[in-house]
Ligand binder design. Structure first.
Ligand SMILES: [Fe+2]
Length: 253
């Protein structure tokens, strides 16, 4: 039984969006996904798919892409990416009900994997595409969603004792109560280019996350946009589909 992750499958079974214009690695990438996933992942494993699943502009246009993922082996937990138009942020619960037993959707909630809590949100980093004020607004909304995810997991792990105050984000004494272990998932990289830390990395540290797993970065020029390897005791992993040549990455044995 293992935990894997991969992101940015960018499927388009219902809409015309050829991906091989982005380089050879994208040629027939859905066939590679199918092949490598079936080779590595069994029905006893769990795969977190870190966003940008589908080019569809609504649920109907994304249905075939989601069905493709649902048919792959293992338990599938999906995170929201910036291109996932089918996923109304306010309707995560509805998606969880519609795909119950086939796909699970991670936002404002959490999922258990052995003795780990899998938490996450889309995240955000500054890419120069909007004003800094707008960036901060979106980032703060994502931080709140991440905090809700951590808190839901943290509170659920505490029985028979008071959970204590909600960790005041940014303060020194943040230490989660209970004995939860966390793996934190983001779609966007945890830092903007050049940053040595961010509110996302500080939240990962505050809750004592063991690993932070993210994707979104495409092409060699972007693979080093953010952390890879150990920073302040947390292991950071990039799992963009093209970075992995579409082989699901082992997160926990
Ligand atoms: Fe993305």
């Amino acid at each position: 039984m293992s935990l894997y992750a991969i992101g940015d499958l960018h499927l388009s079974f219902s809409v015309d969006k050829p991906m091989d214009v982005f380089g050879r690695v994208w040629k027939n990438h859905e066939k590679k996904i199918w092949k490598y996933w079936n080779k590595r992942v069994t029905d006893r494993d769990t795969v977190v798919v870190t966003g940008d699943h589908s080019w569809g502009r609504n649920l109907e246009q994304s249905r075939k892409d989601l069905e493709f993922i649902a048919e792959l082996p293992g338990r599938k937990i999906l995170l929201r990416g910036n291109h996932d138009m089918f996923w109304d942020a306010k309707k995560t619960q509805r998606l969880n009900e519609a795909f119950r037993g086939r796909l699970e959707f991670l936002q404002n909630n959490w999922f258990a994997y052995e003795d780990y809590a899998l938490v996450g949100t889309k995240g955000y980093c500054y890419e120069g595409l909007d004003t800094y004020e707008h960036f901060e607004k979106i980032r703060d909304r994502e931080l709140e969603r991440l905090r809700i995810s951590f808190e839901a997991a943290r509170m659920s792990g505490i029985s028979g004792e008071k959970a204590g105050i909600s960790p005041a984000f940014g303060s020194e004494e943040i230490r989660p109560a209970g004995n939860r272990k966390y793996i934190m998932f983001l779609h966007y990289p945890p830092t903007s280019i050049g940053e040595a830390s961010s509110p996302f990395t500080r939240m990962a540290e505050a809750y004592g996350a063991a690993k932070v797993v993210y994707s979104h970065c495409h092409g060699k020029a972007r693979f080093d946009d953010s952390f890879k390897g150990y920073v302040n005791g947390i292991e950071y992993k990039l799992v963009s589909g093209d970075y992995l040549n579409f082989k699901p990455e082992l997160i926990l044995e």
